[in-house]
Design a binder for this molecule. Structure first.
Ligand code: HEM
Length: 430
């Protein structure tokens, strides 16, 4: 049988991409409306950068199953702020070697080591909420928690060191998706200066780990693709990547999950039936598995449903190194492709716009999710993120009953990752 001829790549016709870029940043349904018009694969332009958007299991599978035909890609601003050593900016053997080194920070034994510190942070937050006289913004507390897990538990920083890192990191983050021209006083120029200070601080932690705290000793002996030890300059850029990749994402997942539970009492009750049967705090040797999908299937279903409707990473990029056929459409070489996870997760038939975690426990549930990506660049911090989320939900819900303050905006700000606009003000209920 003759193979069918690939269809030509549909395009929105945008040339300069100025209006498309404005729509992209303002309209949460940007990709959805264009997929409806052009199909699962289309091209547009965002501020002069041609970009192919793809959605759906077939299209994403076609792209990621051909690793030799694609490479990682980030906008110029992100590339420069992460640095040339960062594994996010590397491909092939050089990428794989750095992944192997960094992965040591997220092994099962490393997670075991981090668990007591994470449990303490959950306990501290529960105490703070319990003692609070006025409502507290839970989303901000989730950000602080997610940052502390990386800065204190993984990197071993405490006190002033951690605060300084946080301050510079926020300056650095603000320019990530900005125009990468370092005019004096511009966000990008400030971010480049903050980057220098961040790397200096990370270099200090690497050379003098604080009393064996954190996991940095696990990186000792890391080798590059030629078998040569990684320089400190190289390693600190990998550590900076961990802050970039692991902070905003986990904070968003936690805030959106809390928001869904607190705004959906029947779902909260459904989850509480399971949580009441779990022990808190978990036995130290069981902390990494006590609330896994086998022991807490409802919690797992809720996490999946939050990741489906409000994925912390709404899309990621690749560049084609040769022509490819994606879901029957011909995509030329040297094209930037955006894998539109947020749109993909709602694409299909049925009640996909509704928050209904039970779907993930039903036989024949056909939703395929990849909130942590897939293939050669699948998230390195997936197990840590899942552990943080499970410990936080079980800990807080075992210890407290939270209620939301009614007069606040519960809608989500979408960029850089979804988060409740008014910070999700909560109060402990008697
Ligand atoms: C809910 C939380 C998180 C989500 C949804 C998430 C999602 C993702 C996604 C979708 C990718 C793939 C990007 C691509 O293919 O280009 C990725 C990559 C990555 N993530 Fe995560 N992530 C989370 C938490 C974390 C944490 C806690 C860390 C580490 C502290 C981390 C470290 C990384 C790194 C280093 C990469 C780059 C992998 C590579 O390029 O080879 N992530 N993450």
């Amino acid at each position: 049988m003759a193979e069918s001829v690939p269809r030509p790549l549909p395009t929105t016709g945008a040339l300069s991409g100025a209006l498309e870029a404005m729509a992209f940043f303002r309209d949460p349904a940007f990709a959805k409306s264009r997929f409806e018009r052009h199909g699962n694969v289309f091209e547009t332009s965002l501020l002069g950068q041609p970009m192919v958007f793809i959605q759906g299991g077939q299209a994403i599978g076609d792209l990621l199953s051909q690793p030799d035909a694609i490479e990682g890609w980030w906008p110029q601003s992100v590339q420069q702020l992460l640095g040339s050593h960062s594994l996010a900016n590397r491909n092939g053997a050089s990428h794989r070697a750095r992944r192997r080194v960094v992965a040591q920070l997220f092994s099962a034994s490393a997670l075991q080591r981090y668990s007591p510190g994470i449990i303490n942070m959950v306990e501290d937050l529960a105490d703070e909420l319990q003692a609070a006289k006025s409502p507290l913004p839970l989303a901000e507390r989730m950000r602080r928690f997610a940052f502390s897990v990386i800065a204190s538990t993984v990197l071993g920083l405490e006190g002033d060191d951690r605060d300084e890192l946080f301050f510079d990191f926020e300056i650095w983050t603000r320019a990530l998706f900005s125009i990468p021209i370092a005019l004096p006083g511009s966000p990008f120029a400030k971010a480049l200066k903050a980057r220098k200070r961040l790397l200096e601080k990370l270099r200090q932690v690497l050379s003098q780990p604080v009393n064996g705290k954190g996991g940095l000793d696990l990186l000792a002996g890391g080798l590059d693709e030629a078998g040569i030890p990684l320089t400190d300059e190289d390693l600190v850029e990998q550590l900076l990547l961990l802050l970039f990749a692991g902070y905003e994402t986990t904070a968003s997942a936690l805030s959106c999950l809390m928001r869904e539970l607190l705004l959906n009492p029947p779902v909260e009750t459904w989850l509480r039936e399971e949580i009441e049967g779990l022990c808190w705090p978990p036995a130290p040797e069981l902390a990494t598995i006590a609330y896994d999908p086998n022991n807490a299937p409802k919690l797992d279903a809720i996490v999946s449903e939050v990741m489906r409707l409000t994925p912390p990473v709404g899309g990621f990029f690749r560049r084609t190194k040769r022509p490819l056929v994606i879901d029957g459409v011909a995509v030329p070489e040297n094209r930037v492709v955006q894998v539109a996870l947020a749109a993909s997760n709602r694409h299909g038939t049925g009640d996909l716009e509704t928050f209904r975690p039970q779907r993930h426990l039903e036989d024949g549930c056909s939703v395929t999710l990849m909130p942590f990506g897939d293939g050669e660049r699948v998230c390195l911090g997936k197990s840590l993120a899942e552990l943080e989320i499970r410990l936080m939900v079980v800990g807080l819900f075992r210890k407290l009953r939270l209620g939301v303050i009614p007069d606040q905006d519960f809608t989500l700000q979408q960029l850089p990752s979804p988060t409740p606009r008014d910070g999700l003000l909560v109060k402990v209920q008697d």
